[in-house]
Design a protein. Structure first.
Length: 240
């Protein structure tokens, strides 16, 4: 009798275990959420407000307050039904910040996360983990497919340097965060830095005549200036 009860218990546990192994990755993100909510496996962050500090221009964060984050890939497995998080990203430190169950801000371990996306109002931003110039980091994904286009944000902090010498005044009397972007064309997970000028951008596709011709054809009918949007639409046209 005891043996039968034990076998039944093992069977029930096995079934529960199988149910927890969600092939879409939901169980993984639930575990991730629980770790954040219970303040486990995370580092405390002193960030409570993402708005610029007094006498500061600009910000190192993606959004001025919390956005909504969905995980798209964990452990190299796609996540189709992610738990949704209140989150933001510090572009200067390349650091994801998640709102914990206690309302405080935490920095979770994201080593097993390959991709996620944010939404804030009508704005959407997708990020993927990639090795750029020997460093693993999250970069914003603008286009995906046979060819990808990503951009790396670099944030530099410039402290106030105002100097008053009576008749002559130099510098600025406020701190400032400045953002600059580097773009990479990606094929087979290998990012190659690309110049955001039309001629140089087309030259980056010279090793693939068919892709280069598709890009030329698209740009021949494109009447707007060549910028990030034009580059994204070009790569989307190449991938069709």
């Amino acid at each position: 009798m005891t043996k039968n009860i034990l076998l039944s218990a093992i069977l029930v546990l096995a079934c529960l275990s199988l149910q927890a192994q969600d092939s879409l990755g939901l169980s993984q993100t639930v575990s991730f959420r629980n770790a954040v909510s219970n303040n486990m496996g995370v580092k405390f962050s002193s960030v409570f407000s993402f708005s610029p500090k007094e006498n500061t221009v600009g910000s190192p964060y993606l959004y001025p307050d919390w956005g909504r984050l969905w995980i798209d890939s964990m452990d190299n497995r796609p996540v189709a039904r992610s738990v949704v998080y209140d989150a933001n990203i510090d572009l200067e430190k390349n650091m994801v910040i998640v709102k914990g169950g206690d309302g405080k801000a935490y920095v979770p371990d994201v080593n097993n996360v390959q991709a996620f996306h944010f939404k804030k109002g009508t704005e959407a931003n997708a990020f993927v983990a990639m090795q750029v110039e020997g460093v693993n980091k999250f970069v914003e994904q603008l286009a995906a497919g046979k060819y990808g286009l990503v951009k790396e944000a670099k944030v530099t902090f410039h402290p106030a340097d105002f100097v008053d010498k009576g008749m002559v005044q130099t510098g600025k009397n406020y701190d400032e965060y400045k953002k600059s972007y580097t773009y990479y064309l990606v094929k087979d997970r290998v990012p190659v830095k690309v110049n955001m000028r039309k001629k140089q951008f087309l030259e980056a596709l010279s090793s693939d005549p068919a892709a280069q011709e598709a890009a030329r054809k698209f740009l021949a009918g494109y009447r707007e200036p060549f910028d990030e949007t034009a580059a994204r639409l070009t790569i989307e046209a190449v991938n069709k």
